[in-house]
Design a protein around this ligand. Structure first.
Ligand code: G1P
Length: 312
């Protein structure tokens, strides 16, 4: 366990007077990363570098940027590298210190001082819903965020902060919705909504959800991306949710039930429409695209990299 605090966390928290400040983020990281084999045979997929940081670090930075500096990772076997990454590395730090290499020292220490990171093991791989349920005791009775590591959201697009704001104002649970081509809805959870979803940041009422529907059965082309702010009522729902798509316990199925529950029981689901910058690191081709996009933005060498790309 790594214990630290972060001053920046307090500044950006979307705290509403009269509502307790939310601090907890849950990041499920127990997946096997089979899409990246053999690269992920001996290292967790969350540790694959996206330019110069492991993918997981972007996700923790996003949580902290939204004021959530208590991070619970739901891990599994072979995920030790994640714990090492967010822990101190004394020998390395001393060696860099001795060399007077402040720049690299700061980069090494950045992950350590980022957040208060906790770990729990999922044990049986029974699905995303089951991973979230493993967080029940740590989370307690407050709404909390869930961030999936395959989606990176550009820090200039404060999606999670908006979602926390919506939860504080309206209660219930909040999901992020991205319009995708119809023939891709089968890769995502899919939502039916009331009203229009045209503007970035628009808040819509979600009336139904279905996990990875066939395109002809999908209620819309609005896909759930990997950001959720969930009411703690989700835990009781997950306890009774039967395995669904892929024979796994699905968060989408729990949200389907929450959408039909009364507000005074923690029900109600809101969607925040997202049209900002998202980088998908979930499969090899999108991962490569994400690395190129973020490489072009890198403050040290982005411009040179972009010139090189254009010249090819
Ligand atoms: C999970 C969720 C799905 C969601 C997706 C977002 O699926 O089950 O509802 O749309 O993440 O990335 P996975 O990609 O883990 O199969």
């Amino acid at each position: 366990m790594t214990e630290t605090t972060d001053a920046s966390a307090a500044q950006s928290s979307p705290h509403q007077p009269g509502h307790p400040r939310l601090t907890k983020a849950v990041i499920p990281v127990a997946g096997l990363g089979t899409r990246f084999l053999p690269a992920t045979k001996a290292i967790p997929k969350e540790m694959l570098p996206v330019v110069d940081k492991p993918a997981i670090q972007y996700v923790v930075e996003e949580a902290v940027g939204a004021g959530l500096n208590d991070v619970l990772m739901v891990t599994g076997r072979n995920k030790g590298a994640l714990e090492d990454h967010f822990d101190r590395q004394w020998e390395l730090e001393q060696a860099l210190e001795a060399k007077g290499d402040r720049n690299r020292l700061e980069r090494v220490q950045a992950a350590t001082v980022l957040a208060d990171v906790h770990y729990i093991r999922q044990g049986d791989p029974k699905g995303l819903g089951h991973a979230v349920l493993c967080a029940a005791q740590h989370v307690g009775d407050q709404p909390f965020a869930v961030l999936l590591g395959d989606d990176l959201i550009d820090p200039r697009d404060p999606l999670l902060t908006t979602m926390l704001q919506v939860q504080a104002e309206r209660g219930g649970s909040v999901i992020a919705l991205l319009e995708v081509p119809r023939d891709q809805v089968n890769l995502y959870g899919c939502a039916a909504i009331e009203g229009d979803a045209d503007a970035d940041g628009a808040v819509v009422k979600v009336t139904d959800l279905v996990e990875k529907p066939a395109p002809e059965e999908a209620p819309s082309n609005l896909a759930l991306i990997g950001r959720y702010v969930l009411h703690p009522a989700v835990f009781d729902v997950l306890r009774r949710t039967k395995p669904g798509r892929g024979n796994e316990i699905q968060v989408t199925d729990a949200l389907h039930e929450l959408a039909g529950m009364p507000a005074d029981e923690g029900g109600g689901v809101w969607g925040v429409v997202f049209r900002g910058r998202r980088y998908d690191t979930g499969d090899r081709l999108s991962y490569l695209k994400a690395v190129v996009q973020l490489g072009e933005e890198h403050e040290e060498f982005g411009a040179e990299f972009a010139r090189w790309l254009r010249s090819r």
